[in-house]
Ligand binder design. Structure first.
Ligand code: FAD
Length: 334
């Protein structure tokens, strides 16, 4: 493989329900910095049906070009059809790097593409950089249970690929004066070529927990002692209109569902205010919430690690402090 043939940085631009996923815009921000460092173009790759009108909207976020596959066959996301488009496009234009959001679609697509292209993929990256001279992507992520940060390189294959979780990177302030080039791509693919058929899409009726979009999160941990103890977190959150988060130990104890889990194997959050209550502050929890605007920790152990990562710390028993806070917020503790 002649690595020098590969040039340019791509972001897979995910379209969901007719809208570009915010994580794709965040990746364009990270991609722009790397493209400038390398002196190469930054391109988007968009796949779907009826997506062409959305293509130009990525230019204000830093892209120079966008490759678009707009075809009926891409009506619903299917691994087989979408991976064919990414692979064809990558083989034709030879980008050095492709970034994907670590959404359920992005993760599925990136791993399928990596397997077929026989190249490397770093999943759930939390930091990205590129070596200006060698062009090596430096994709860093927690490893060994979060005890170390590993920087992973893909030295012998191209394109180098990584998935990045929503809210980890920052989108650029849109510059409406920026323009770019829309490149329409065609694919020779028919329904018969695809084994998977989408018969019906059943939407979950249960309201989804949108931890990653919450302004205020009240997260509880093992220190709440029991499911009943954890219910105080729900009451506190309901009274002040906050969203409930949790540590993995609280989830594993069966006090709350996994979709509320914050951290390395849960959601990454950046609310304006994050309460960590009865949470010790393990690195795997911290990586999911340390970029919050204001972190307030309540823990009865003055030496708890969480106190090293918070803006305000209250040493005390959650069952005494929470009712006091609820009163201070002029609400009654049940
Ligand atoms: P503990 O560590 O048991 O802490 C409980 C805290 O509550 C203590 O500090 C204690 O002093 C305090 N406390 C006790 N009683 C009270 C009281 N009455 N009032 C106030 N404070 C009190 N963890 C995550 O959270 N998210 C993840 O995504 C995640 N992913 C992981 C991935 C891997 C590969 C591994 C190995 C671990 C992961 N973990 C994750 C687990 C993590 O290492 C910790 O075990 C976990 O975060 C601890 O949860 P905790 O803080 O609720 O419990």
């Amino acid at each position: 493989m002649n690595l020098d043939e590969y040039r340019g940085i791509w972001v897979y631009v995910e379209v969901r329900d007719g809208q570009i996923a915010p994580v794709s815009l965040e990746l364009l921000g990270a991609g722009r910095q790397m493209a400038d460092k390398r002196g190469v173009p930054l391109a988007g790759l968009m796949i779907g049906e009826g997506v062409l009108p959305l293509a130009e909207s990525i230019f204000p976020y830093g892209a120079d070009q966008i490759y678009v596959y707009d075809n009926r066959i891409f009506n619903d996301y299917r691994t087989e059809s979408y991976m064919r488009a990414v692979i064809e496009c990558a083989l034709k234009h030879k980008p050095e790097i492709i970034l994907y959001g670590a959404t359920s679609t992005g993760k599925d697509l990136a791993s399928a593409v990596a397997t077929d292209l026989e190249t490397g993929l770093t999943a759930d990256t939390t930091m990205l950089d590129v070596n200006a001279e060698t062009g090596l992507l430096e994709a860093s992520r927690p490893a060994f249970g979060g005890n170390i940060m590993a920087t992973i390189l893909c030295k012998k294959h191209r394109p180098q690929m990584a998935t990045v979780r929503p809210k980890v990177m920052k989108a650029l302030e849109p510059d409406q004066s920026r323009t770019g080039e829309v490149i329409e791509e065609q694919i020779s693919l028919s329904e018969e070529d695809i084994r998977t058929k989408v018969l019906k899409i059943v939407r979950e009726t249960k309201e989804k927990v949108r931890l990653d979009e919450a302004d205020v999160i009240i997260a509880g941990g093992k220190g709440l002692g029991s499911k009943e103890g954890f219910s105080l977190i729900h009451r506190f959150a309901a009274k002040i209109g906050a969203t409930v988060g949790a540590s993995r130990d609280a989830v594993e104890a069966g006090w709350i569902e996994h979709e509320h889990q914050v951290g390395q194997t849960g959601v990454t959050v950046t609310p304006k205010v994050y309460f960590a209550i009865g949470i010790s502050g393990a690195i795997q929890h911290l990586v999911g919430m340390r970029n919050s605007g204001l972190i307030i920790a309540i823990n009865k152990d003055p030496d708890a690690l969480i106190f090293q990562s918070c803006h305000y710390g209250i040493v005390g028993d959650a069952f005494e402090i929470i009712p006091m806070l609820m009163e201070a917020f002029q609400v009654e503790a049940d």
